[in-house]
Write a protein of this length. Structure first.
Length: 286
């Protein structure tokens, strides 16, 4: 990639599991990268850093200066505060890649739970603003399993609210797909939404079992009643609104048997398994 053709990419949620993977891949491909983070963090060599709240239109306006494309990961449980930032995106007119959820039901008047509802609302808001957006609907990220690390360091069990089975997808595959779209030329046709899934449908118990194989330990998953799961998450310091959204998702989100080849279509390689993700990240649970 020559200096003249190097795009400038803004990555929101750049300190998160997905955003950090996207940053690394963009830098490796020679792009100019601008990280938008809510709190000051260690500066990644080769990347600019903007500190501020994504819901603040002035922060977004400054972060968008000279940007060719944006990875948008919306951090709130409602889309009401997105109108100002989306207006800034529309004014700057970059290519926007929005990370949504495969649980969005295009035929439903209301979605199954608040987490899916905000993704549906954000998709509609970006469309109505006339943005050149590409929607990547991701299934459950494998990296969500990192939330079990403390329990697995303390014992051989994971206890928490259960969730419907889905085709859990490696966040590295989602990052590869996002980078492919972010670096596509301006003249490329827009498609989507892309449905990014892993190669097999898994329950939480299945994931814990595969982690156990990677760790060479006999692990177990215990599904907790809603009241107990709620009290434990609140005790861990999670925000009450997020806890209620997770409880609603546990109770109301339907099981999905969806498995697609969209990761391979965008990246040229098939989606990896959760079992391999567990092997690659085993040290984090030891």
């Amino acid at each position: 990639m020559s200096e003249a053709t190097r795009p400038t990419i803004l990555v929101t949620g750049a300190a998160g599991n997905l955003g950090s993977e996207v940053v690394e891949r963009l830098l490796a491909r020679g792009a100019r990268v601008r990280r938008l983070v809510r709190r000051p963090a260690g500066v990644r060599a080769g990347a600019e850093q903007v500190v501020g709240d994504l819901t603040d239109p002035q922060v977004v306006r400054a972060a968008l200066e000279g940007v060719d494309a944006v990875l948008l990961v919306w951090p709130r449980l409602d889309a009401a505060s997105a109108h100002g930032p989306v207006a800034e995106l529309a004014a700057a007119a970059p290519r926007v890649v929005y990370v949504s959820s495969t649980a969005v039901d295009d035929q439903a008047v209301r979605q199954s739970d608040p987490i899916v509802q905000v993704h549906s609302d954000m998709e509609a808001l970006l469309h109505d603003a006339g943005l050149r957006s590409v929607v990547l609907r991701s299934d459950t990220l494998a990296s969500n399993a990192r939330g079990w690390a403390a329990q697995l360091r303390a014992g051989d069990g994971v206890a928490g609210s259960d969730m419907a089975r889905t085709a859990v997808v490696d966040e590295r595959d989602v990052a590869d797909a996002a980078v492919a779209v972010l670096l596509a030329g301006r003249g490329q046709p827009e498609h989507g939404p892309y449905m990014l899934t892993g190669p097999e449908v898994l329950s939480r118990a299945d994931q814990v079992e595969r982690l156990g194989i990677a760790l060479r330990r006999r692990l177990r998953f215990e599904a907790l009643p809603a009241d107990l799961a709620r009290s434990r998450m609140l005790a861990d310091g999670r925000p009450e609104r997020l806890v209620e959204a997770l409880i609603a998702a546990s109770a109301r989100r339907p099981e999905s048997g969806l498995i697609t080849d969209h990761v391979e279509r965008l990246t040229g390689h098939p989606a990896g398994t959760f079992a391999q993700w567990a092997v690659d990240h085993a040290v984090e649970f030891s």
